[in-house]
Every structure is written in structure tokens, then in C-alpha cells.
Write a protein that binds this ligand. Structure first.
Ligand code: AMP
Length: 430
């Protein structure tokens, strides 16, 4: 019996891999313009990091982590998200001493034991940004603009931004109690999960997907109406700055996020074409997290996009993206040598052109007919035919596969790569 991949763990075949990296590269490029420097983090951490950072009673920590003992018994976990690892690295390397303000981006696989479906996998990719050391509303607004500009650069249309404030250690406990009392009054209408949440984490009754719970909480008190004065002022200023930049958003009082570390500004981005799994990215402010991981008392705010979902949103926004990718992957030139001497020459010519930046497919050891068939299948724009006759004259035949025209071309294999490139003149843009 053949061995297959593990459920929820997918292979990204070349076209899919190219789409993932196109999205990641676009995101990292925008983030770099906003000053976020990429940082590479390990995919395995001590389990206690996530238990402490994300929160014991969150879905992730309670039931979604891939946790296993190392050979010495230490409990390890495949990271379910990036912020906890990044903050751990920030603290471990005293990055606050390098610069009081840190801007970092990261990209890579995350692991959660969820039920796989479209847009939801057990290994998925995130690209994220974290801004540590600022607590002013300007930094929230700037981070949200970075998020918005990433969507634009990736080419996603029709995304919407949901915004909420979760208050802070001053006002949230009071609201939590108000909500708990409200929830108790509606206890009978809540699902079993939410009954449990009422004790541990009552805010989560607001984002439960069960229709019964949604109905029961329709008239629940809103956190934004219970913010303390500093939190209300902060949120008001963030909104003013977004309004001034023309970024539209919806206030969503149900947006409480499943992670314990968030305070004040929280947000989620919904994308087009995703059905049930419409969240393409999310994030928020986490002012207590760095200290909680053993670092200094500094503020932070960040977001993560799900790269797999950005790809789905991109496909929904741009129906041509697949053919664009296919065109990017097709060889600019297919070199078809006939015979041993021509093959050796073709290897040299191909290498020079590749060094000059051209995408070349070189094939050999078969008939011209079968080489041409393959060049056609690969959608090569041009084919360079190098037979013995051509070689003797140092002239290759170039065939334009779209125009179906042959032209003789002097190929001196002693030319430099750039000279060859100019001589071949077969660049896709040409
Ligand atoms: P979170 O860390 O839960 O805030 O998730 C941030 C983003 O990662 C979400 O908005 C999704 O786009 C993506 N994401 C989270 N979980 C998964 C998953 N199991 N499969 C694919 N993407 C995911």
C-alpha cells in the first residue's frame, strides 16, 4: 500500500507553491516598507509558552495543539501561531535593549488540530507583523494601514475590516462581570460549551457560532459601551486616523478573539470567496504579553494573515491569476539540441542565458519532433533548435512558438550571457 500525506497536511505542488510564495513575497515587501524586519522563528517551542501566552482556556490550547514529549520528557508543541514565539524571542534576546521600538515580520507554517475543510488545514501558513514598544493610537493606525496595504499589494478586492476594542485590565473585568450576569440570565439558551465559557471566559459567548447562542446574545451589552476613559479615547483616536486615511471598517461588538492576550484594539479581515472560513487575517493589541513571558513591561500590537486563505481570496479577486502563474512558470526559451556535439553546445548556451537571467528548459536525447511536442506542452515562447548543421555554421534556428516562424540566428557560444540574451531577443517582455 502506498503512503499518503497525513490528513490536514497538504503538499503544495509547484503552481500552488508559487501562489503561496507570491502572496508571501508581496506581504513581506509591504511590511518591509513599513519598517518590519523579517525574523525566523523555530516551529517547535516548549508547550508552556503557548499555555502561558495564549491562555489555558482557549480553543487552541485546550484542544488544537500538537504536543509531544521530547526524548528527555520535555513537553514540546508545534507552534499554533507566531506571536507567542516572536515575543519569546524578543524577551530571550533582549531586543528591547537594541531599540525601544521593534518591528518584526515573520512567515511560516503553523499547526492546529482542527477539522480540515476548505481554507482550514492542520498545517497552514501565516505571514504576520508585530510592532513592540509603542502604545499610542498612531501605532495601531499604522499597523492597520500596513495590513490594508498588504491586501492591496497581494491583489485582493472586496475585503472588509472588522474592528473592536477589548478594553484593558481596568475596564474589561467589569464588563466581563456584566456579561457573565447577562449570560447567566440566558443560561438555558446557551450551548454546553458556552455554559462552560460563562465561568472561564464569558466573552467567548459572543463569538460562538451556534445559532441558539447568537440569538441569546443579540441584546448582550457591548464592550465598547463599557470602556474606561483612556481605552475609549484610544479607540476613538484609532478610528479618527483610519477615517482620515479613508480606510473603511465595521465595528463588530462580537469580535472578542479566541486568544487571551488581546487588549484594546482588535480586528479581523474577511475576504471574498471563502465561504465559512472567511477570516483571512486577524490581530490586535497585546500590552501585557511581553511582561507575561518574562520580559519588560512594553506594549505590542500585531496581526497575522492566513496565507492559504489570502491565496483563495486572490483567486476570487483575480480569475486570471492561474494563467498569470502558468505564464510566469513557462520557459522563456526551450533549447532543443540534436546530437552529442549540439547538446554540449546547448548546455553552454543555456547556462550563459540562465546566468543572464533567462528561464530556460533544456532537453535532449530525442527526436526534434518529440522535443517540439514537449516545448509546446510547456508553452515555451521560443525554441532554439541546435542541429549539427546549425552548429557547423554557428547559427541556431529560432522558432517563435506563437507566430510559428523560424528565423536563423547567429549563436556564437563564446558570446557573454548578456550578449547572447540580446542576440536571442526572446524575452517574454520583448
Ligand atoms: P488566528 O491566529 O487564529 O488569529 O488566525 C489568523 C489567521 O490565520 C486567520 O484569519 C486565518 O486566515 C488563518 N488560519 C487560522 N487557522 C487556520 C487553519 N486551520 N487553516 C488555515 N488558515 C488558518
Amino acid at each position: 500500500m502506498s503512503i499518503t500525506a497525513v490528513k490536514g497536511f497538504r503538499d503544495a505542488l509547484p503552481e500552488a507553491a508559487r501562489l503561496l510564495s507570491r502572496v508571501e513575497t508581496a506581504a513581506l515587501e509591504i511590511l518591509a516598507r513599513y519598517g518590519f524586519a523579517e525574523i525566523r522563528l523555530p516551529i517547535v517551542e516548549r508547550t508552556e509558552l503557548f499555555a502561558r501566552a495564549i491562555g489555558e482556556s482557549t480553543d487552541i490550547v485546550e484542544k488544537e495543539m500538537y504536543t509531544f514529549p521530547d526524548r528527555d520528557g520535555t513537553l514540546l508543541t508545534l507552534r499554533p501561531e507566531g506571536t507567542a514565539s516572536l515575543v519569546r524571542a524578543y524577551v530571550e534576546h533582549h531586543l528591547d535593549q537594541r531599540d525601544a521600538i521593534g518591528r518584526f515580520s515573520y512567515v511560516g507554517p503553523m499547526f492546529r488540530h482542527e477539522r480540515p475543510q476548505k481554507g482550514r488545514h492542520r498545517q497552514f501558513y501565516q505571514v504576520g507583523a508585530e510592532l513592540i514598544g509603542r502604545e499610542d493610537p498612531l501605532s495601531d493606525a499604522e499597523l492597520l494601514l500596513a495590513l490594508w496595504d498588504v491586501l492591496d499589494e497581494v491583489g485582493i478586492q472586496g475585503a472588509s475590516l472588522l474592528l473592536n476594542s477589548l478594553g484593558d485590565a481596568q475596564c474589561r473585568p467589569q464588563y466581563r462581570e456584566v456579561l457573565r450576569v447577562f449570560g447567566e440570565a440566558h443560561r438555558a439558551e446557551l450551548c454546553e460549551n458556552c455554559k462552560r465559557r460563562l465561568e472561564k471566559n464569558p466573552l467567548r459567548i459572543l463569538d460562538c457560532k451556534e445559532p441558539g447562542c447568537r440569538a441569546a446574545t443579540t441584546d448582550a451589552p457591548h464592550l465598547v459601551d463599557h470602556l474606561c476613559a483612556p481605552c475609549a479615547a484610544h479607540f476613538g483616536r484609532v478610528r479618527e486616523l483610519l477615517d482620515a486615511e479613508g480606510v473603511s471598517y465595521e465595528l463588530d461588538w462580537r469580535l472578542v478573539r479566541g486568544l487571551d492576550y488581546y487588549v484594546r484594539t482588535t480586528f479581523e479581515v474577511l475576504g471574498p470567496g471563502l465561504g465559512a472560513q472567511s477570516a483571512i487575517g486577524a490581530g490586535g493589541r497585546y500590552d501585557g504579553l511581553v511582561a507575561q513571558i518574562g520580559g519588560p513591561q512594553v506594549s505590542g500590537i500585531g496581526f497575522a494573515f492566513g496565507v492559504d486563505r489570502l491565496v483563495l481570496a486572490l483567486q476570487a479577486s483575480n480569475p486570471d491569476v492561474e494563467s498569470e502563474i502558468a505564464a510566469e512558470m513557462a520557459p522563456e526559451l526551450f533549447i532543443a539540441p540534436l546530437g552529442a556535439a549540439a547538446e554540449a553546445a546547448a548546455l553552454t548556451v543555456a547556462r550563459r542565458l540562465r546566468q543572464a537571467g533567462m528561464r530556460i528548459e533544456l532537453d535532449g536525447g530525442r527526436s526534434l519532433k518529440s522535443l517540439m511536442r514537449r516545448a509546446d506542452k510547456l508553452k515555451a515562447r521560443h525554441v532554439m533548435i541546435l542541429g549539427e548543421e546549425e552548429l557547423a555554421q554557428r547559427r541556431a534556428t529560432m522558432r517563435d512558438m506563437e507566430a510559428k516562424q523560424d528565423r536563423k540566428l547567429a549563436v556564437d557560444i563564446d558570446l557573454t550571457g548578456d550578449e547572447l540574451l540580446a542576440a536571442v531577443g526572446a524575452r517574454r517582455s520583448a
